[in-house]
Design a protein around this ligand. Structure first.
Ligand code: DP6
Length: 321
């Protein structure tokens, strides 16, 4: 009746931004990400003998804020008529700062809950359950390069495009602020859909970027992947900036990091940036480029710390009893 699962966050290279059905949390666009290895969420789900109130701790502290979303996620996996769950989540990176902590948390929650209850689900069912909790969580079920496909039917599908060892890129994360983000990504996406004049264009052009990224990954073509990923990231932020009220997650150090990365590129270093719903900058590095990238970002004005990670595996159940 207890299981522990571990899942890693993922960083989108081609972004999910916008929902076509917010009730069921279906994305408006497909997306492509890389799953990390060094950063993780470990979640223990213990099912009691009877129904009752769930409990949740995050890094040892009770978390009233996340509890309703975790409870709804467990409801979806087991049905609403279920035993109470005691959930303990531990995360080795800053939460709610644009580092996709919800992706690793909900991927871990879904598979730990299923294992605690001794329930088997197909990969498609797991993707739908994780995606219903948080769109990006479905991608953390898989390792390496992962695509979330958005078709017109009711479900999403997730598949692996390449294993971590097929193309061992690494990611340096530059932390420019450890404050919680002012606006959650779900709410921000809805505001973009409702108010941004660029939103419809963003959705209709996503297929072109997905095709280019898929080809670049298949051919291990770093420069092409860099070009399309930076374009897609800046396009997503342009949609946000043009929303009303504007959604601006960047700070001045975010922009310093972009300039640092542009300077590295001018020197021939294989690196590109991406930024999610927060002020941190993720620098994706070709094998061999990481040390130079990290040193340069550590020295950028306003960077508080850097973290690094290689690419890692999908979510796994570590214990079930
Ligand atoms: C900018 O998966 O957090 O990181 O489905 O509302 O939980 P919800 O959204 P979430 O959004 C992630 C947005 C992003 C881009 C991405 O990861 O693709």
């Amino acid at each position: 009746m207890r299981a522990v699962a571990r899942a890693q966050p993922n960083i989108a290279l081609i972004k999910y931004w916008g929902k076509r059905d917010s009730e069921r949390n279906l994305p408006a666009v497909g997306s492509i990400s890389v799953t990390l290895d060094e950063l993780f969420t470990r979640m223990s789900v213990q099912l009691s003998d009877s129904p009752g109130a769930d409990t949740l701790t995050v890094n040892g502290e009770p978390s009233a804020k996340m509890l309703p979303r975790i409870s709804r996620c467990i409801d979806r996996v087991l049905g609403e008529n279920r035993p109470a769950a005691n959930v303990a989540s531990d995360c080795n990176f800053p939460i709610a700062a644009g580092l996709a902590s919800s992706a690793s948390a909900f991927a871990a929650a879904v598979i730990a809950t299923a294992a605690a209850a001794g329930r088997e689900f197909s990969s498609a069912e797991l993707a739908s359950l994780a995606g219903a909790a948080s769109g990006s969580a479905a991608r953390s079920l898989y390792g390496g390069f992962v695509e979330l496909e958005n078709s017109d039917d009711d479900d999403i599908s997730v598949s692996s495009l390449a294993a971590p060892d097929d193309w061992p890129l690494s990611v340096v994360v530059a932390i420019t602020s450890s404050d919680s983000k002012p606006l959650g990504s779900g709410e921000a996406m809805e505001r973009s859909r409702e108010t941004s004049p660029f939103y419809a264009n963003w959705v209709s052009n996503q297929g072109v970027d997905l095709d280019a990224a898929r080809t670049a990954i298949a051919e291990r073509d770093f420069r092409s992947l860099a070009t399309v990923a930076e374009h897609n990231c800046l396009k997503m932020h342009s949609v946000m900036w043009a929303s009303r009220p504007a959604i601006v997650y960047w700070n001045s150090a975010t922009l310093n990091c972009l300039q640092t990365i542009r300077a590295l590129q001018a020197d021939g270093v294989d690196v590109f940036f991406t930024i999610d719903a927060g002020p941190q900058v993720k620098a994706i590095c070709a094998p061999g480029a990481e040390a130079d990238v990290r040193a340069a970002l550590d020295a950028a004005d306003g960077v508080q710390a850097t973290m690094r990670s290689g690419l890692g595996p999908g979510a796994v159940v570590e214990q079930a009893a």
